[in-house]
Design a protein around this ligand. Structure first.
Ligand code: NDP
Length: 251
């Protein structure tokens, strides 16, 4: 592709939850920089195939891989398949996540476990499995957290708790994995218009943030992906354990 800079040439990346939304944009941007990308999805085979086709049409390299990132066996299979297809891993983007609002009176065990099983346990298990596949040169893990961990909006306590946990895990894993040259950072987006926001029927609620955002609009997936490329690339080689807020100034 004409504007390809190949900052990630020869690198292998896994992006969880890349069949749509922010994950799909991240997969496309990583591929545009030359990385071979595994486009993970849970159920949207069609969406993942579309992302792979778009990447191939731009001259990039990607494959779709189904795995429920809340399940350890699926995660093991995802990284085994990645290794088989491409070899050692360089980049993991822990993007798969869910968000369902529930004020305190409506929080249920089921709602709690659904969030924590994917947003927190899934991220831990994916990280644990991925590091078995990083080579001696190390690599980069980018966790997709959220501005909710500092904005703390009413009605989002459980989701907020998962993303606050992601920020903590990011800092601790950075310390544990530094000796292996594996950097761990997060990006914390503000409200971003995605398929997930549309299907949850909360676009109006999200759009309302534009009025209190210094840059005057909510985000799009393409506002987020370049920062992930930066954190995945050698340009950020001295950065680990950080959270980068991408919020149009909303934070
Ligand atoms: P979308 O709902 O648009 O997309 C979610 C993606 O995650 C899909 O590819 C979906 O795959 C995948 N996914 C869902 N469950 C699983 C699972 N169990 N295993 C593997 N993949 C799964 O979400 P967004 O793009 O809006 O959000 C992506 C991330 O960004 C999340 O972590 C979210 O918390 C975070 N975020 C989002 C913001 C926003 O305003 N949109 C703001 C801040 C952070 P499939 O379609 O196959 O189910």
């Amino acid at each position: 592709m004409s504007d390809r800079k190949n900052k990630l040439a020869g690198k292998i990346a896994v992006v969880t939850g890349a069949s749509k939304g922010i994950g799909a944009a991240i997969a496309k941007h990583l591929a545009a920089e030359g990385a071979a990308v595994v486009v993970n999805y849970a159920s949207s085979r069609e969406g993942a195939d579309r992302v792979v086709t778009e990447i191939a049409a731009q001259g990039g390299n990607a494959v779709a891989a189904q795995a429920n990132v809340a399940k350890q066996k699926d995660i093991e299979r995802l990284f085994a398949e990645t290794h088989k297809a491409f070899g050692a891993l360089d980049i993991l983007v822990n993007n798969a996540g869910i968000y369902e609002g529930a004020p305190i009176g409506e929080i249920t065990e089921e709602n709690f476990h659904r969030h924590f099983d994917l947003n927190v346990l899934g991220l831990i298990l994916a990280t644990q499995e991925a590091i078995k596949h990083f080579g001696p040169a190390g690599g980069s893990i980018v966790n997709i957290s959220s501005v909710v961990s500092t904005l703390s909006p009413a009605g989002m306590a459980v989701y907020n708790a998962t993303k606050s946990a992601v920020d903590g895990l990011t800092r601790t894993f950075a310390k544990e994995l530094g000796a292996r040259k594996i950097r761990v950072n997060s990006v914390n987006p503000g409200p971003v218009e995605t398929e997930g926001i549309h299907s949850a029927g909360i676009l109006d609620k999200i759009q309302a943030y534009a009025a209190v955002t210094p840059l005057g609009r909510i985000g799009q997936p393409d506002d987020i992906a370049p920062a992930v490329v930066f954190l995945a690339s050698p340009d950020s080689g001295w950065i680990t354990g950080e959270s980068l807020y991408l919020t149009g100034g909303l934070r």
